[in-house]
Write a protein that binds this ligand. Structure first.
Ligand code: C6P
Length: 404
């Protein structure tokens, strides 16, 4: 049962006012609010367990290590990976992709090789690859998209050559909301022996994800977007790839033996986890994943889909609203412009009504160039949002439209 009133009670922040108005939080693609269970887990671990992991023989260290490794197992189950060796804890999606761009780049990308990304990528899935391309003398190729905001699969297919080494693509666009056909894209890449990294920052919070069904070689997501804490994220990689990739950073956990002559590296996944990991964050992330699992990712997906359709229909009835992205597969995100009104003005006026939305380029400047705009107003839903919140937002938009 998806009991929205019960769910909302789990998020203390939703009770607060902003400028004397009840908070309506529609900026979930940037970060989600945290259920009490997650905040409590963080406090509880600091109050009663805190000790460094994998280092101590003492009770607290053993217990902290257990929680950290249980969290890895929870993540493994959440994304359907085969082994917890394939789950690397990072600081978030950005660090996961940087790890990939560096380490995969070192092992497999040479001068003249090619990397494929799409026109709708977040900067975090563009810049690390540009850096690799620069370092290695490789070339970045970009999959074009339609005006509806969908990947053009024929064009994608045409980009492959004998020099293609990797495809890195968003599962769901943080601006357009488009859920890309990544399973099909992975199949097409695999036919040519090319691995695929899926940027799951905007899919992990909104839909059931099974990396083995997708056959994704790599999948990255952030804890803070899936109701967990900031500062923790995940890179999933198939063992056969990770085994062949060099470490990303040196020190601490990633080491087996050190001498001044030669250092040997730890086994997976520790080879990629230098220094003290965010063991409190990993446990709190697991609590967040247990929380969403208890509600059911299918139920969350259905609820958010209803809200998205409802919001799109209501916005369509307003004069002068232009949607940026209009894919049938839209998932939890609606971007739009109101006539010639600057997105920043719309966002500021909505804010005064207690409604938090994001405005600007959403860290996807090349996508803005594609549409010839400088930014959008973006509404993004989470599991606790309601239709009556959407009604309040539409009423706010009607007022703003009249003002201009
Ligand atoms: N997008 C947004 O408001 P980090 O910051 O590492 O947790 O996630 C980066 C990232 C990578 N890929 C996609 C598709 C994303 O949406 C994001 C983060 C936020 O849209 C903050 S810019």
């Amino acid at each position: 049962m998806f009991d929205i009133e019960k769910i909302r009670k789990d998020f203390p922040i939703l009770k607060r006012d902003v400028y004397g108005k009840p908070l309506i939080y529609f900026d979930n693609a940037a970060t989600t609010q945290k259920p009490k269970a997650v905040v409590d887990a963080i406090a509880e671990e600091y109050y009663s367990v805190n000790a460094n992991v994998h280092r101590g023989v003492h009770f607290l260290s053993q217990r902290a290590t257990e929680l950290h490794e249980e969290a890895r197992e929870t993540v493994r189950r959440f994304i359907g990976a085969e082994s917890s060796e394939e789950i690397i804890f990072t600081r978030g999606t950005t660090e996961s992709i940087n790890l990939m761009a560096f380490s995969f780049g070192e092992a497999f990308i040479k001068e003249g090789d090619e990397i494929i990304i799409s026109a709708m990528e977040h900067h975090s899935n563009i810049v690390p690859w540009q850096m690799t391309a620069e370092r290695k003398g490789a070339k970045l190729k970009v999959i074009p998209i339609s005006d509806e905001g969908e990947i053009l699969l024929d064009e994608y297919e045409r980009l492959f050559t004998g020099r293609t080494r990797i495809v890195a693509v968003a599962h769901v666009s943080n601006v357009l909301g488009t859920a890309n056909p990544v399973k099909e894209m992975i199949r097409m890449a695999h036919e040519r022996g090319v691995p695929v990294l899926v940027d799951g920052a905007q899919s992990a919070p909104h839909m059931p994800v099974d990396v083995r069904t997708l056959d994704a070689d790599f999948y990255a997501f952030s804890g803070h977007k899936v109701y967990g804490p900031t500062g923790i994220g995940v890179l999933y990689g198939k063992k056969e790839w990770l085994d062949r990739m060099p470490p990303y950073q040196g020190g601490g956990e990633m080491i087996k033996n050190v001498s001044f002559l030669k250092t040997t590296y730890n086994v997976l996944p520790y080879k990629f986890e230098a220094g003290t990991p965010d063991f409190v964050g990993s446990h709190a992330l697991a609590v967040a994943l247990d929380y969403v699992n208890a509600i059911g990712m299918d139920n969350i997906n259905r609820h958010e889909h209803e809200l998205t359709t409802y919001a799109v229909d209501a916005l369509s009835s307003l004069k002068d609203v232009r949607f940026i992205g209009n894919s049938a597969s839209r998932c939890g995100v609606v971007s739009f412009l109101l006539g010639n009104v600057h997105p920043f003005d719309v966002g500021t006026l909505l804010d005064r009504l207690g409604i938090a939305v994001r405005t600007g380029h959403h860290c996807a400047e090349p996508l803005m160039h594609h549409y010839g705009i400088s930014g959008t107003v973006r509404v993004s839903f989470g599991l606790y949002n309601t239709k009556s919140e959407v009604d309040a937002f539409i009423a706010g938009m009607e007022r703003i439209a009249k003002m201009f």
